[in-house]
Write a protein that binds this ligand. Structure first.
Ligand SMILES: Cc1cc2nc3c(=O)[nH]c(=O)nc-3n(C[C@H](O)[C@H](O)[C@H](O)COP(=O)(O)OP(=O)(O)OC[C@H]3O[C@@H](n4cnc5c(N)ncnc54)[C@H](O)[C@@H]3O)c2cc1C
Length: 376
């Protein structure tokens, strides 16, 4: 009998397994894929992630970003450079494999190639069926991503707000890659309520597009236009193009039920302004670990404390991101003009990414700037 059974070994599940195993709990993780596995993702991690994890990520970091170039509808680029890196580039196959490895070394049982087929949660225990075997445990954790099977099985899926995303991994010659070193490019305006990005990796570029707008039918075409504008459109150079969803639910409902709880994308915790989901996934794992480790094995665990903590610690930030997305999306051209004149807005946003400034404070700062800009 396991104390905790976790479904999914992405950042949320693997990090929770690591924390709980280190605390001496018996943990099982079922992961349907085998590592290293591809996950459609830009692989941009903020300093908040590096600080939260607190262990050496040096060998999986493929670039350190200190320049950002914004354009609007592929025109009028404006660039900003900071002394310190404000984003790090990882490839999800290696980053996720590292976290799973850390969890294994801490003592977690991680079974790769095991898809959870069904789950049962009663007052006394949880049972998970996979590959013809049944495992029993005290607590069930759904860390199984945006299409969470656990959330659906337990009636926790609710009505989720999701963004659609498309990512292409494009190998480019070394000289071309050098041009993109330490720099990310973001275009606002080409895609409704979202943006297009270019993120440099060690041997390729991650180029993608995402949108929180319900009218997302043209994403493939918009990605082609974006690639073409960067001279990256030869079809032969495209290795993988994959669509996925990013769940952005700042209302934070349906996070637990009895002995079961949801983490990361399964709980819909991504940032509606930037699409950042790795930090909230890891942070929700940290909060879950605190609550689980503090509870007795025998009585019904009170996972409501986890939901309260998520709402308290992540709620205001995710709500701030949601508000910013709603304000900025209809007026990206105007905002871009403001960015040309007020680069301190970018500097402040970098502080948000680093965890040095709250979204709540940034939103106040942003609205003051907009009022001033409108008076000009
Ligand atoms: C195109 C795109 C670009 C993105 N770019 C960024 C970015 O640059 N930076 C950022 O911070 N975030 C980004 N995100 C968001 C980020 O990828 C997610 O928020 C993050 O992966 C969530 O982590 P997670 O552990 O909750 O879920 P996941 O990483 O999705 O992990 C879930 C795991 O569960 C496994 N699983 C699923 N079902 C089952 C089952 N039934 N049984 C067993 N295992 C199962 C899956 O195989 C997977 O390994 C991006 C997302 C997309 C789609």
């Amino acid at each position: 009998m396991y104390r905790v059974i976790i479904i999914g070994a992405g950042p949320a599940g693997a990090y929770l397994a690591y924390l709980l195993s280190r605390a001496g709990l018996r943990v099982l993780v079922l992961e349907k894929e085998r590592f290293p596995r591809y996950k459609p993702c830009g692989g941009g991690i903020t300093p908040k992630v590096v600080n939260l994890l607190g262990f050496d990520l040096g060998h999986v970091i493929e670039d350190r970003i200190n320049t950002i170039v914004f354009s609007h509808r592929l025109t009028r680029p404006v660039s900003f450079t900071s002394e310190k890196p404000f984003t790090y580039m990882v490839s999800r196959d290696r980053f996720d494999a590292l976290l799973a490895d850390m969890a294994k070394k801490a003592g977690a049982d991680i079974l790769e190639g095991y898809r959870a087929d069904s789950v049962e949660v009663t007052g006394k225990q949880v049972a998970v069926h996979s590959n013809g075997t049944v495992w029993q445990g005290n607590i069930l954790v759904g860390a199984d991503g945006a299409h969470s099977f656990v959330a659906r099985s337990l009636g926790l899926a609710g009505e989720k707000k999701t963004a659609a995303a498309l990512e292409a991994e494009i190998p480019v010659p070394a000289g071309r890659l050098r041009y993109y070193r330490s720099m990310i490019k973001i275009d606002y305006g080409i895609v409704p309520a979202g943006y297009a990005w270019i993120f440099p990796k060690s041997d390729h570029l991650s180029v993608g597009i995402w949108s929180t707008s319900p009218r997302q039918k043209r994403l493939k075409r918009l990605l082609e236009i974006f690639l073409h504008s960067e001279g990256l459109s030869e079809p032969a150079s495209r290795v993988k193009t994959q669509g996925w969803i990013i769940p952005v639910n700042h209302k934070l409902k349906n996070l637990h039920k009895g002995r079961a709880m949801l983490l990361g994308d399964a709980a819909g915790l991504a940032d509606a302004f930037t699409g950042e989901g790795i930090f909230p996934a890891l942070y929700s794992a940290r909060l879950a670990a605190e609550v689980i480790a503090a509870q007795d094995v025998s009585p019904l665990p009170d996972l409501g404390q986890y939901a309260e903590l998520v709402r308290e610690k992540l709620g205001p930030e995710l709500a701030g991101a949601f508000r910013l997305n709603r304000w900025v999306s209809p007026i990206t051209g105007f905002i871009h003009g403001v960015l040309h004149r007020h680069q301190d807005l970018v500097r402040n946003f970098i502080e948000v990414a680093s965890g040095d400034l709250s979204y709540t404070r940034f939103v106040q700062y942003f609205s003051q700037h907009m009022k001033t800009a409108l008076r000009i």
